[in-house]
Structures are given as C-alpha cells and as structure tokens.
Design a protein around this ligand. Structure first.
Ligand code: SF4
Length: 355
C-alpha cells in the first residue's frame, strides 16, 4: 500500500466510523404489522400518483424489499437494478440502495427523475477510491486497461474503460485477459485478488474494501461449520481470501441466492450482508440459513453483517422523498456521458452471459 492510498484508507475509516457511531443512536424501531401496512399503502399511492417505481437492493431491510416487490418494482443486485431502472417505463425511479446505485440509474436514464430515500447512504469502496488519487494512479500506468467495480463514483467510472459488478467481473476480466490486456482493478482488493487467482490475469489492485465483508473470519466460520458439519458455506468475494478459501460457493448476491437453491445441503452458512436472507429464505423456505459470524470469537463487530448505509433506506425516507422530491440524484451531463460508455460495455457484455 503506498502513502497516498494509506491516507485514503484512513480517511475512509474515519468517515465510516462517524457513520457507524451515528447508526448506534438511530437503531431501527419495531414496526407493527398495522403500521407497516399503513406505510406501504401511503407509499404505494405516492408511487402510482407520480408514475414512480421502487428499485431496491438485496441488502436493504426486509420491509423495503417486500414493498418493492409488492408495488411492481425490483429487488436485485446492482447489475439488475441498473438494467431494470433503465428499461422500466416509469418517469421516476426511487432507488433504495447506496449513492453509486442512484448515480448509475441517473447515468443510464438521464431523462428520468432519480430519487433516493437519503443521499447520505454511501459505500466504503466508493469512499476509498477518490477520483483525484485514482486518476493519478491510472495516469502512472497508461498501458493498463482500467476496470472499476460498480461501487464507485460517477467520476471514477468516467475514468474507466470498463465497469463491472460481482455478477460479471470474472467473465469480463477473462475476456480482457484473453486479449492480452493488463488490468488496473479498483476498488475492492479482495474481489480483485479472487478474480486474479481465478483468471491468472495481470492485475494491479487498488486497496479498498467493504466494511461489511471484511469482518468475516475463516476461524469463526470454521468453528460454526464444526457445529453444523453438513452445512454448506456461501461467501461473497468481497470477503478476505481466507474466508473465500473455505467456501462451498463463492459469488455475487444473485449467484449466492442461486447457489442456495442449487446446493443439496439443507443448512447454509451465509457470509454476506444479512439483508440477503429475505430473498434467499423466500426461495428456499425449507432450508436453514445461518449468518456467518463476523470479527472472530469474542471481538465486537463493527458492521455486524449489515451495511450501515443500506440500513439508512427506511420506509419513512421513501415516503418523504416521494412527497418532497428533496433527495434527487444529479450527475453532471458531460461526466455522465463519459461514465455511460464503460457501463454500457458491461451491460452489453453481460446481456450475452448465461443467467
Ligand atoms: S455492503 Fe459493502 S460494498 Fe455494499 S454498499 Fe455497503 S459498504 Fe459498500
């Protein structure tokens, strides 16, 4: 890790710390079934009135995912969210996720109004890859193809040749490697290392990480596996290498949900944000899902397997933004045009991949 990157990582940690401390004070209240229905009804009416659709990520809280499904919206990973928002005829997209997802929606659908329950919801990967430092890094390696993960700002995407999500990253890097290209990969170091190992590609890795997945530990998961010897371990590749090594299935959120359906094991230990349990359990109602432990034995977890920024997407925020339109996503037009190129490349490439 060089000095500049060290500084970025420290800055990101400070910001994350502030968010996590704040979250401790605003912990989720209990939502009674009656109150939930009232909120659902009020939001549904606003969505219809404004020709709007709710697009939610698997890591949002269960009631947000439930609402998106109930109102004809979408619950998915970031790749599918991008596609759904782009292709849906609604005039307004309400994106329940984190900032880069709202920006991606706006870039792909500039004619639509894109709202988010809060523009404060961001991502440690995005924070850990500021555009100035990243541009300098790319400029220092002009013969490298720049591939960035979707979890980046519009400005970083605009500096990239390709954008990828974890659903299509391996295939895209394999393709670029087959062309003999050397690759700059940013920002998630664990996912980058996983892909590098899998494809053998020549990759220079940025050293960002996800504060949720980084907390999973191989030791804790192995101890849990000893308690449930017949369980399969499902791991998102933003997790550390030692955790990936003990997995029965490694993949993006959509790929892990599919693995839960396809694997013969009846018990599954799942190492990713616990928001995924809503959709996964829906699709494997007879299987037992267990949260993988975070931060090792005896240690206190920081994110506790739930992204603090995803948790900021609440029903009240969704209703409020529909009523006030005060959390609208804007992306500079010239920047959006440049960022759209690597995004379109990804969408076109992944359209030909098998689901
Ligand atoms: S779970 Fe990790 S990668 Fe996803 S938005 Fe949160 S911090 Fe970013």
């Amino acid at each position: 890790m060089n000095d500049a990157t060290n500084l970025i990582a420290n800055d990101a940690k400070t910001i994350v710390q502030a968010h996590l401390d704040q979250l401790g004070e605003m912990k989720a209240h209990h939502l009674s079934p009656e109150l939930k229905q009232q909120k659902f009804k009020a939001i549904q009416q606003e969505l219809e009135k404004q020709n709007a659709v709710l697009v939610a990520h698997y890591y949002c809280d269960p009631e947000v995912q439930e609402l998106a499904e109930l109102t004809g919206g979408c619950v998915s990973d970031s790749l599918e969210m991008a596609r759904f928002g782009r292709d849906h005829p609604a005039k307004t997209l309400v994106v329940a996720g984190v900032k880069f997802m709202g920006e991606t929606s706006k870039i792909l659908s500039p004619e639509k109004k894109v709202l988010m329950p809060t523009l404060e919801a961001t991502c440690s990967l995005d924070l850990g890859c500021p555009v100035d430092e990243f541009t300098a890094f790319c400029d220092a390696h002009p013969d490298y193809t720049v591939v960035v993960y979707a979890n980046t700002s519009a400005a970083v995407k605009a500096r990239a040749d390709w954008v990828v999500t974890s659903s299509c990253a391996v295939e895209i890097i394999e393709y670029l490697d087959s062309l003999g290209e050397k690759i700059i990969w940013a920002p998630d170091q664990h996912l980058g290392r996983y892909i590098q190992k899998k494809t053998g590609a020549d990759m220079l890795l940025w050293d960002g990480s996800c504060i949720v997945h980084e907390e999973f530990r191989a030791r804790g998961i192995s101890q849990m596996k000893a308690l449930y010897p017949n369980a399969a371990v499902l791991v998102h590749p933003e997790s550390p290498e030692s955790v990936i090594e003990i997995a029965d299935a490694v993949g993006s959120t959509s790929q892990l949900i599919k693995a839960a359906q396809d694997l013969p094991q009846e018990t599954l230990i799942v190492a990713t944000d616990r928001g995924i349990f809503y959709k996964m359990q829906q699709l494997v109602p007879n299987k037992t899902l267990i949260e993988a432990p975070t931060a090792g034995e005896g240690a206190s977890c920081r994110s506790c397997a739930h992204c603090p920024w995803m948790a900021m997407n609440e029903l009240d925020g969704i209703l409020q933004v529909l009523q006030k339109s005060d959390q609208e996503v804007f992306v500079d037009a010239a920047l959006a045009e440049r960022a759209k190129m690597p995004l379109d490349r990804m969408l076109n490439f992944s359209a030909n991949l098998k689901p």
